[in-house]
Design a protein around this ligand. Structure first.
Ligand code: NAP
Length: 334
């Protein structure tokens, strides 16, 4: 258990990606007693993004790792208590209307909660994918790209991640097959233009991966052309999957409203169905998953949490010490 398992904080933020850290900066500057819990290292998916070129204020771009580190330091500078855990298992609403976040490293209790758990890469489920993890299959070009110097890799997907990380892989690999299930990319135009003029790219259109073949390490990615049914073996040393994402919201099922894809449903002020619980960032059902929007949502969620805490402190004198009864204000009730 954490040293202060009995303590009731003002806000607990689940997730230390751009949304959670921005929320932490705003909460701590509002002098709220704020705990952020995060698994692995802070930063979320941007911490393993090679270069971020579209976050305003950084002409020339900034490495994802550095941006994550700056956000983290900024949050901690204002007093956020950042705790590393391995997994969040549940969120419970207690009788006194506080929330208890249960983790593998103990529990954290707070009067308000901001959910920013982010997302993780979707698995393709094809034969060989799990078998060759760490031996040629990867979801992180930044982490593993340098292992493929002078070699051939395949990148699967046609979105921003596939194209940008594919371009990054051309720094090392001699050849990058980009395998996409359609004949048009989804990625932003600027990324597409760069990929199309990069001589190391070979586009494998209208194709889906069928299986990964190898002995100790990956030797071939078999793909099927969805229009002709033709099978083709691509001779590769590595396969990088960027076929979309799954929100890290398993621990919220049955407690917080989720949409069919598992993303947290909120109103426009980021209230979930539970009073005093807000959601922001990539795990929220929103139309744009960008660092810029995640940061904005984090700020808005923090302000909503602050209003909520002021309201309960106001309606119930001494609520900060001994909250009780129904939560008096914001948020559609669950
Ligand atoms: P994404 O936009 O969801 O793209 C996933 C890609 O994988 C799509 O091209 C999709 O094909 C394909 N795909 C999906 N399921 C597949 C399957 N089972 N087999 C084969 N292919 C499959 O995911 P993402 O690229 O990771 O991006 C996620 C979000 O982050 C997006 O909103 C993106 O804009 C954002 N992002 C932004 C930046 C940036 O701004 N620099 C960088 C990275 C990510 P279809 O196209 O046919 O659907």
């Amino acid at each position: 258990p954490t040293p202060d398992a009995q303590a009731i904080h003002d806000v607990v933020i689940v997730g230390a990606g751009p949304a959670g850290l921005a929320a932490g900066i705003y909460c701590s500057r509002a002098r709220l007693d704020t705990v952020i819990i995060d698994r692995n290292m802070a930063g979320g998916v941007i911490a393993v993004t090679e270069l971020v070129e579209n976050f305003p204020g950084f002409p020339g771009g900034i490495s994802g790792f550095e941006l994550a580190d700056r956000l983290k330091r900024q949050a901690m500078q204002f007093g956020v208590d950042l705790r590393e855990i391995t997994a969040v298992t549940a969120i419970n609403r207690e009788k006194d209307d506080t929330y208890k976040i249960v983790t593998d490293q103990g529990e954290v209790r707070a009067r308000a909660a901001i959910l920013a758990p982010g997302r993780e890469a979707k698995r393709s489920g094809i034969p060989g994918e799990e078998e060759f993890v760490g031996r040629g299959v990867s979801w992180c070009a930044t982490c593993d790209g340098a292992l493929y110097r002078g070699r051939t890799v395949a990148v699967v997907g046609g979105g921003d991640s596939a194209v940008e990380e594919g371009i990054f892989l051309t720094k090392f690999a001699d050849k990058v097959y980009l395998v996409h299930r359609r004949d048009q990319l989804r990625a932003a135009e600027v990324a597409q233009e760069r990929a199309f003029c990069n001589p190391k790219f070979e586009f494998v259109w209208d194709s889906i991966p069928r299986r990964i073949v190898g002995d100790d390490v990956v030797q071939e990615l078999e793909v099927e052309n969805v229009k002709t049914g033709e099978l083709r073996g691509l001779p590769v040393n590595g396969v990088f999957f960027y076929i979309g994402n799954t929100p890290n919201t398993g621990f919220l099922k049955g407690i917080v409203d989720l949409d069919d894809g598992g993303y947290v449903v909120t109103d426009e002020l980021l209230h979930t169905n539970l009073a005093g619980v807000y959601a922001c960032g990539d795990a929220r059902a929103n139309p744009l998953k960008q660092i810029a929007t995640a940061v904005g949502e984090g700020a808005l969620a923090a302000m909503q949490a602050e209003h909520y805490l002021s309201a309960i402190a106001c309606v119930i004198p001494g609520a900060k010490e001994a909250p009780g009864g129904a939560a008096p204000q914001p948020g559609p009730e669950g």
